[in-house]
Design a protein around this ligand. Structure first.
Ligand SMILES: Cc1cc2nc3c(=O)[nH]c(=O)nc-3n(C[C@H](O)[C@H](O)[C@H](O)COP(=O)(O)O)c2cc1C
Length: 366
């Protein structure tokens, strides 16, 4: 249950004590809006009035909280019907998020400023607790700590672009490659090939190719080009290891599972890279996938046979820390879509199961 907590004793310094506090007016306005409106979304919100939440200098103050989610406190709110409605909208949005995180631009206008604090969920991320408390589905399931470790790698894996230099123990590197090599592949074709970039000069060449493509991408993005150029998109010169992953030559011979979907070879390589990504996270190593390059130029530079095609430059190595959310989210380039907008049943666009389909996120996607 999502709670919208409203401080009922909040009052501006010049409000006489015998007059109703602004916080109480706001609390009543929110209750009235919730009672009157036929708004299914708002029903998920429990509105609570609390006498003093110690944010007196920033009256009116409100807070949002729910088990396992980040909590928020907002201040400087003016009691009005508009504020009341936007508070309920914001609380409903908060209710739909998996972790409670509310990007500034996603919040209703009156809640974009006045954010006093955001606190992480008590006791860690919600998905971890779900695993710890959920029963094993059957005897074949991993133990709870093992399942937690799997989900931890999935949720804490990040595409890394900042590296701390250093080295990767060849035995660890081999484990990562072995993890990649145990990925599923269409018709078991194992179309992946890995080339280690050992020479600094070759790295610099590859970086120059990425730089060329970065500029072309910025141009193609039009008005978002400048914002794009501010993003860091690779860590080629700082990562301990750089590996190029390529599709092997002669793939046309493999028709099993590819007759109508020839791109399943690329899907298989992506599975291999994801295995490596997760294993690297478990080993405490960062990994970044760089795909901004002209594949023909890279193929020539690495002496690949005709038909082979590079699809990734992987930067791998020690990092100072892992980003706590995708960097493109941190940089406000894009944000994770609400999962319920992506799940259908029987017919495209028909929400899966009983869940109502909230408005899809369509902005910021390039
Ligand atoms: C196929 C593929 C290609 C990618 N290419 C690049 C790239 O060229 N440069 C970059 O900075 N990130 C690249 N990424 C990383 C994505 O930007 C990143 O996965 C996404 O922003 C989500 O962040 P997360 O991986 O930390 O969850 C690529 C990811 C994939 C799956």
């Amino acid at each position: 249950m999502t709670e919208l907590i409203i401080c009922t004793t909040c009052r501006t310094a010049d409000t006489p004590r015998d007059q109703k506090a602004a916080g109480e007016i706001l609390f009543e306005a929110v209750q009235a809006e919730q009672a009157l409106a036929d708004h299914a979304d708002w029903a998920s919100v429990r509105v609570r009035g609390i006498a003093c939440t110690a944010g007196c200098s920033r009256a009116c103050t409100v807070a949002l909280q729910a088990p396992g989610k980040h909590s928020y406190q907002f201040g400087d709110l003016v009691p009005s019907e508009a504020t009341a409605r936007q508070l309920l909208d914001c609380a409903a949005l908060y209710h739909r998020t998996p972790d409670g995180k509310l990007a500034r631009d996603a919040r209703p206008p009156l809640l974009r400023n006045g954010l006093l604090c955001r606190l992480p969920p008590a006791g860690g991320q919600p998905h971890m607790r779900t695993v710890a408390t959920s029963a094993r589905a059957n005897d074949l399931a991993f133990s709870a700590p093992e399942r937690e470790a799997v989900y931890r790698a999935i949720f804490e894996r990040r595409d890394m672009r900042h590296f701390a230099g250093g080295t990767v123990d060849p035995a660890v590197m081999r484990r990562l490659l072995m993890a990649a090599h145990h990925a599923p592949s269409v018709g078991y074709m194992q179309p992946w090939r890995f080339i280690r970039v050992a020479s600094r000069a070759l790295r610099a060449d590859l970086k120059a190719l990425v730089e060329q493509e970065r500029e072309r991408t910025a141009h193609a993005l039009g008005e978002r080009g400048n914002a794009f150029m501010r993003l860091k998109v690779e860590g080629l010169m700082d990562a301990a290891e750089v590996w190029v992953v390529a599709l092997a030559e002669g793939r046309e011979r493999h028709v099993f599972g590819r007759r109508t979907l020839p791109q399943m070879d690329l899907a298989s390589v992506a599975c291999a890279i994801q295995n490596m990504w997760l294993a690297a996270r478990a080993e405490g190593l960062g990994m970044g996938w760089v795909s901004m390059f002209d594949p023909k130029a890279v193929a020539v530079r690495l002496g690949m046979p005709d038909g082979a095609e590079p699809v990734a430059m992987l930067c791998i190595g020690p990092v100072h820390c892992f980003y706590d959310e995708p960097m493109l989210e941190k940089e406000r380039w894009s944000r994770r879509a609400d999962i319920d907008t992506l799940l259908f049943e029987d017919v495209w666009g028909h929400a899966w199961g009983a869940s109502s389909l909230p408005t899809p996120i369509t902005d910021s996607i390039s």
